[in-house]
Write a protein that binds this ligand. Structure first.
Ligand code: PXP
Length: 247
């Protein structure tokens, strides 16, 4: 497993954030997704939030119609999203917690607290062939509950690790390492995402169980300066260098 290339899912939400700042159609997140695909993205991630602050329904429809790599549809576990996602049938969905007032997804999903609701919800997604990921903190009990619920994979929240400094960051990295290791032991596919940038990605790539990273905000910001293709190439190089160190 350690020799495997880590897949890169490119999150294009913030292209839509810039578009929505003025209304209209420019810049188009679907154009960014096609560019990312050409530059070697293994998948495209987009989050249809309840308040539609960035990605809107039409973006999801056009992503499904135009991209060739798998679409990872991020969403809250609501009835409205269930109707949309089961109609569009993307390759995978990632269930995230969502609060209207937050700036971004601030913590992992409470799988234990929402166990009964999630059980039926996950099954409905799986029934139409959508693979299900749960975005959770690197907590053994949350991972165990995700596995029991029949999630196909979990995405461990890397935000606390990326936001911390010094010893606190090292401690968060150990939490991620222990969580990913536990996923490996119980046979649960494990991804990582949130807040990753050039500085933080290498150490996470050294954790052998991670098979995919989903990265958005930093790459979209960097793309303003050097372009999306160059940004994806640099991110991939750093992921590869990190992974090479865990042989
Ligand atoms: N993974 C999940 C589940 C997310 O909610 C987000 C943010 O939308 C990301 C990954 C990407 O995070 P960032 O934009 O900080 O790279």
């Amino acid at each position: 497993m350690p020799n495997e290339r880590i897949r890169l899912g490119v999150n294009i939400d913030h292209v839509a954030t810039v578009r929505n700042a003025r209304g209209g159609f420019h810049p188009d997140p679907v154009r960014a997704a096609l560019l990312a695909e050409k530059a070697g993205a293994d998948g495209i991630t987009a989050h249809l939030r309840e308040d539609r602050r960035h990605i809107v329904d039409d973006d999801m429809e056009r992503l499904m119609a135009n991209i060739k790599v798998p679409l990872n549809f991020e969403m809250a576990a609501t009835d409205e999203m269930l109707e949309i996602v089961t109609r569009l049938k993307p390759a995978s969905s990632c269930l995230v917690p969502e609060k209207r007032e937050e700036l971004t997804t601030e913590g992992g999903l409470d799988v234990i607290g929402g166990y009964d609701h999630l059980k039926g919800y996950i099954q409905k997604l799986k029934d139409v062939g959508i693979s299900v990921s749960l975005f959770i903190d690197a907590d053994k009990d949350q991972i165990k509950a995700s596995h029991e619920l029949g999630a196909d994979k979990v995405e461990l929240h890397t935000g606390a690790y990326c936001d911390a400094e010094g010893e606190a960051r090292a401690a968060e990295l150990e939490r991620l390492r222990a969580g990913a290791k536990y996923c490996g032991e119980i046979g649960l596919e494990v991804h990582a995402g949130h807040g990753l940038c050039y500085e933080t990605v290498g150490a996470v790539a050294q954790i052998p169980e991670f098979t995919e990273f989903n990265i958005g905000h930093f790459m979209m910001g960097e793309a303003i300066f050097v372009g999306l293709e160059q940004t994806i190439k640099e991110m991939r190089d750093l992921m590869g260098q990190g992974r090479a160190k865990c042989k």
